[in-house]
Design a protein around this ligand. Structure first.
Ligand SMILES: [Zn+2]
Length: 366
């Protein structure tokens, strides 16, 4: 600190320096050195804070003791005393006087007012935005239906499973999950958002994921989870809605996402043809393996991988449409027809780059 406080300056006058003078106001705002100075000063300050627990009378905040959380960051360099107020609660009568005198900040009174409806709506929108995008700008996404919010909450559950090195995750483990297994834990005393996050396990279970699957998932996009929450028959059954579980496309197995894309005999034939059409020859797998394969295949960005992504998306869409047509309209088409429709669709939707890759392939996939 001495070094910070003892800066002196001198000025060259007629070629020779004048007598040095002390810096009274410190660094100027905008000085390129000031961020470094801030870091240095904060480092020193935090070291002093960390030594506080040696003082016998010192107590942590009750929910911060185990992790020894002392502070959560700083909003500004210095308090503007004119704009600041202190609010007291649960302290003896003399104490506020001493504190106010010591800090030189005025006492504030908590206003009691009714929150207008508009404000509560705004706060809700900000909360949704935070869950969706991780920041508090109210975006278009934030205004999406609450149903999709389930996927966002599920992502937080995935974060907890991954035990990522984030403070909030460590804190939740420390105070709520403790030594229990996250898959078994039940929170009755926690806030509603915590209970909602822990309950999101059910969303994953309904989609056929277990704890190990989540641990191994490298990335967990909200879009991906939302997709997983598609209403498949096995899911409806778990909700207690009685439905025949048999896959309508092959009638050979129970319907699930893993089965439909593309373990199902019907879907597998279609997907095999679409891969062969693109010059890819390999075995056909279930959804989780197919996703992994697609991730690898599309790692480099080129016309071929762009085409692959399009075809995959179209196949998922058409298989799902076919399944719905059979369920709700009693209409059925064979996979060869679907294949032709997909090729047409891809031709219509492709851009110039993908078009070039397409021109090398047969128009008829058979
Ligand atoms: Zn099937």
């Amino acid at each position: 600190m001495t070094c910070v406080q003892s800066v002196t300056y001198t000025i060259m006058l007629n070629g020779s320096p004048i007598q040095p003078f002390e810096a009274r106001k410190g660094l100027r705002q905008g000085d390129p050195l000031s961020p470094f100075l801030f870091v240095l000063a904060m480092e020193y300050f935090i070291r002093r804070l960390k030594a506080l627990h040696h003082i016998p009378d010192f107590n942590y905040h009750p929910k911060c003791a185990k992790m020894q959380i002392m502070q959560l960051g700083f909003a500004g360099l210095e308090i503007n005393k004119k704009k600041s107020s202190i609010f007291f609660g649960g302290v003896s009568q003399d104490m506020p006087v001493d504190i106010l005198e010591f800090l030189g900040i005025q006492k504030g009174e908590l206003p009691i007012f009714m929150m207008p409806k508009k404000i509560t709506k705004l706060i809700e929108a900000i909360c949704r935005s935070f869950l969706w995008t991780g920041n508090n700008n109210i975006s278009k996404k934030a205004l999406l239906a609450w149903e999709k919010n389930k996927a966002a909450v599920s992502k937080q559950f995935w974060n907890l499973c991954k035990e990522k090195n984030k403070l909030w995750i460590q804190w939740v483990h420390c105070y709520y999950i403790k030594n229990k297994h996250i898959w078994e834990v039940q929170l009755n005393q926690a806030s509603w958002i915590m209970r909602k996050i822990v309950k999101a396990k059910e969303n994953f279970e309904a989609s056929g994921y277990n704890y190990e699957d989540l641990r191994q998932m490298h990335d967990c996009s909200i879009k991906h989870i939302y997709h997983k929450l598609l209403y498949t028959k096995d899911r409806l059954l778990k909700w207690g809605i009685q439905t025949d579980q048999t896959c309508l496309l092959c009638t050979q197995a129970n319907e699930s996402i893993q089965h439909l894309f593309f373990e199902c005999q019907y879907a597998a034939e279609l997907w095999k043809m679409m891969l062969k059409w693109q010059g890819i020859s390999r075995n056909i797998y279930g959804w989780s393996e197919e996703l992994k394969w697609a991730e690898n295949w599309t790692r480099s960005r080129n016309a071929k991988s762009e085409l692959f992504k399009m075809v995959l998306a179209e196949c998922v869409y058409f298989v799902w449409q076919e399944r719905n047509a059979r369920l709700f309209q009693d209409k059925a088409r064979n996979w060869e027809i679907i294949g032709k429709l997909i090729v047409q669709e891809v031709h219509c939707r492709s851009n110039k780059e993908v078009g070039k890759a397409l021109s090398k392939l047969d128009y008829n996939p058979m």
